[in-house]
Design a protein around this ligand. Sequence first.
Ligand code: WTA
Length: 653
Amino acid sequence: MTEQPTGHDAIDSFSNENRTFPPPAEFAAAARVSDGSLAAEADSDPEAFWARQARELIDWQVPFESVLSWDLPNARWFDGGRLNVAENCLDRHVRAGLGDRVAIHWEGEPGDTRTISYSDLLDEVSRFSNVLRSLGVGRGDRVNIYLPMIPEAAVAMLACARIGAVHSVVFGGFSSQSLIDRINDAEAKMLITADGGYRRGEVFPLKPAADEALGATPSIENVVVVRRGGNPVDMVEGRDHWYHDLMEGASVDCPPEPMESEDLLFLLYTSGTTGKPKGIMHTTAGYLTHVTYTHRYVFDLRPESDVYWCTADVGWITGHSYIVYGPLSNGCTQVMYEGVPNHPGNDRFWDIVERYGVTIFYTAPTAIRTFMKWGAEEPARHDLSSLRLLGTVGEPINPEAWMWYHEHIGGERCPIVDTWWQTETGGIMISPLPGSTTTKPGSATFPLPGVGMEVVDDEANRVEHGGGYLTLTRPWPGMLRGIWGDPERFRETYWSRFPGRYFAGDGARLDDDGYVWFLGRVDDVMNVSGHRISTTEVESALVSHPSVAEAAVVGASDATTGQAIFAYVIARGGAEVDVDALRAHVANEIGAIAKPKAIFVTPDLPKTRSGKIMRRLLRDVAEGRNLGDTTTLADASVVGELQRRASEASSED
Ligand code: WTA
């Protein structure tokens, strides 16, 4: 913790927001939850409540014996139980006679489509499970997945789950260096990738990026390559195999491995406040219960009639929980789309909604702000009347974007669920229930039934009204079980700041009605287009360039992406800094999402007398704000110089 909550400006603007939206009567009348009974049940005995969800929503091979054992920070849920996640996502629906139901309406960016039923998906997953086994992958082995948004991404994840292997998905936009770090940290045995995928009308190469990594990842024994882009790739004899070749001879018979409740299901790396990403660990039964429950209740899901669409990438937690595991466990029909929202036109999403009759649409505030920029005429060209519920995730949504979403996408009839959660929480924690919660534009409203939440001040005192830090007061089934290989960091990061509580790293405010308003991160983690990026990680990428001696990075407000990355660098003695080359270098080290929007070359950085970089000042400079008191600075003239350079740079834009 280096600073106070950064959202102090947000408090003022949000406090004026007092429009309220009760659930439409027609929606409430048909909703899964239309009163406070679920919350009352959960409040009276949270463990019994979660146990009921686990029994009712999940199929067990062997029932669990205990609900929770809690020895802070280590939780165990549903011990004694045996189950298989892939069986819950596939076999049980086929057994129930729903094999012909569409699991995935997939659409490629160029317009090609695939319709995959639950039986199709079960066959494909079973065959690929046998492929994995034939290549020596078994229970507990780590498998890296580096794929575009194609159905094989879901197939690969579910096949791992079926045989008890642990997947670690790396977002396809990450660089080969990021892939190296993640493969090596997990000591993955296999890499599953594709030749390339489609993005903005072109093929972006993945296998060539993987090849760059593979020289530095000694644990990888085999590489499976899905053909998608058709771009030329090199295949190394004995190590690299085409997916379609392996699948050709594979048997569809692969009984699901009986897994223990607390067996590791997956690792997903996320940025923390240091340069090293954390391998967040999620296990089997608690995670599955949490995502199945939240997907069903938060989205008021009717698996027999809904067409659900989440626009996230499977490389992020949202893709894991609300494209793969939650929706498939609930047996619903969903749309999966490969590409960008503006190819071939700015109305691609609305075209998809109309053609597939999407009823539930879940996206990120940054996307909504982009749609606002493109104009309401884009959605207006399409019939969006199939929509009945909208959701957002990833960052606070500003009331203006909420209202635009409500009017122009939801036709003023769809409730909006603003869902707060994290890679670490596994599933949604704070959100309206659309049939019973009166929403306010910009507020995630209340914790879900079963979730314990409190806002606290610096001394860990509970705050009833006003701002503070968001904490979770008791364990929940989907919670992370640790950081891969680093139990101390797990305790330190989440459980030490406020004794007995999980500290999320977010600032939050409670209004007079007890509604939660998120104020952004309070640590050195930026949120760019809903993606977490650590300032330290970008700083270390910058100083790894030979022209840079020192670097400081801040996330400054940006009208579209939420935050944008601003970097300040000091040149290494005598070196010329080429700003474009440096931006490309960061993209190469981490990925294009971490590319700074602006880089300022400066002779010095504002530091406190103890030598700490004053990020707040840098953020003020980046946001063009008047600087307050700079008397704690070692050298106040640095700031004047920085401001001059920043205003010069912005007038050049
Ligand atoms: C932010 C994404 C406000 C928050 C699922 C959190 C949000 C971080 C919301 C987790 C929301 C996510 N309102 N802020 N509805 N949803 N956040 O791990 O700062 O990629 O700590 O998980 O995103 O990001 P992550």
